[in-house]
Design a protein around this ligand. Structure first.
Ligand code: ACM
Length: 277
C-alpha cells in the first residue's frame, strides 16, 4: 500500500488557492492514501469567530472538500485532510438547529463516501474559536483492489499529547493513524516514535510549514512531517520549510502483530483494573 504526506503552507482565508495548490501537487503522484495538514482549507491563525464562519465549510457543499472528492474519484485513492468544518446540528434539549464550528478532519473515499473526526483536544486559542469535538475516536475500514481492506484512525495535531487518543484507535484495530497537524511545539515528531511503538501502528503525521500572520498574531509552524512504521522506524521525514509530497510503500498487515516477544503482547498484557481509581 502506498501511503504518504503532502506538506504545504496553506494561505489564511484562501481556500480556493489552497485546494489549487493541492491539486497541482498531487497531479503526477501515485498513492493509495495521502494525509494533508490540519485546517488546510482555511489556515490556522484566527482572530475572530466571523473569520471561522467565513472560512468554514460543510463537507457536502464546500469547494475544498468537493475538490478532494474529485481527486479521490479520479485517482481511486483515499485522502485525509484537516479542514475548518461548519456543522448544522440539532440541539438534543430544544430540538433547534445550531451551527457549530469544528477543527475537523475528513477521510474521503473514491465512491464519494466520507468520514469525519472533530478534534477532541483543542490547543491554545483554538478553544476560543472551535467547539470541542463531539464524536468518539473511531476506526473506519477502507477497501480497494490495490491493497485490500485497511483500518484507518484519525486524530488531529495536539491529540498526540494525550496518549489515550492513539491508544483508543489502536485498541479498535487501527492499522494506520492519520494525523493532520499544524505543529508549533518541537516535540511531536519525536514523540510519534513512542505512539507507533507502544501501539504497533503506522502513523502519518502531516505538518504544515511557514509562518502565518493575522493582525497582531504570528505563528510559526515546524514542518518535518513524518511517516513511521509499527516498530518506530521513520520511513520518511520532511524538511522544515519546503512544500513536498512523500510516498512510501508499507504492508499494513504488520500492524496486526502486537507481540513484543513470546511472552509479551502489547494489548493482552494491559491491566486496566490497576490504571484508574
Ligand atoms: C495544534 O494542535 N495545532 C498545535
Amino acid at each position: 500500500m502506498k501511503i504518504g504526506y503532502l506538506q504545504f503552507k496553506p494561505e489564511f482565508g484562501k481556500g480556493k488557492d489552497n485546494i489549487a495548490k493541492i491539486e497541482n501537487m498531487v497531479s503526477d503522484v501515485d498513492f493509495d492514501l495521502l494525509v494533508i495538514p490540519e485546517l488546510a482549507n482555511s489556515g490556522y491563525v484566527f482572530c475572530s469567530k466571523e473569520e471561522v464562519e467565513e472560512y468554514s465549510e460543510k463537507p457536502s457543499e464546500g469547494i475544498f472538500c468537493n475538490a478532494l472528492f474529485k481527486i479521490s474519484a479520479e485517482k481511486k485513492c483515499f485522502i485525509v485532510s484537516g479542514f475548518c468544518e461548519r456543522a448544522v446540528e440539532t440541539s438534543p434539549e430544544t430540538g433547534d438547529g445550531n451551527i457549530n464550528f469544528y477543527n475537523s478532519s475528513i477521510l474521503v473515499c473514491p465512491d464519494h463516501n466520507f468520514f469525519i473526526y472533530r478534534k477532541i483536544h483543542l490547543f491554545e486559542e483554538e478553544k476560543l474559536f472551535f467547539s470541542p469535538g463531539n464524536l468518539k475516536f473511531k476506526v473506519n475500514r477502507i477497501s480497494s483492489p490495490n491493497f485490500g481492506s485497511v483500518n484507518i484512525g484519525m486524530m488531529i495535531c495536539f491529540d498526540w499529547i494525550i496518549p489515550e487518543a492513539a491508544r483508543t484507535l489502536a485498541l479498535q484495530g487501527a492499522q494506520i493513524i492519520c494525523h493532520p497537524s499544524n505543529l508549533v511545539m518541537p516535540y511531536c515528531q519525536q514523540a510519534m516514535y513512542t505512539r507507533a511503538v507502544e501501539n504497533h501502528v503506522f502513523i502519518i503525521t502531516t505538518n504544515r510549514i511557514g509562518t502565518e500572520t493575522n493582525r497582531n498574531k504570528e505563528v510559526k509552524f515546524t514542518g518535518k512531517s513524518v511517516i513511521l512504521d509499527t516498530k518506530g522506524n521513520y520511513l520518511a521525514t520532511g524538511s522544515e520549510d519546503k512544500e513536498e509530497i512523500r510516498i512510501v510503500e508499507i504492508n499494513p498487515e504488520e500492524a496486526f502483530n502486537k507481540n513484543i516477544n513470546k511472552n509479551n503482547h502489547l494489548f493482552n498484557d494491559r491491566r486496566p483494573e490497576f490504571y484508574f481509581s
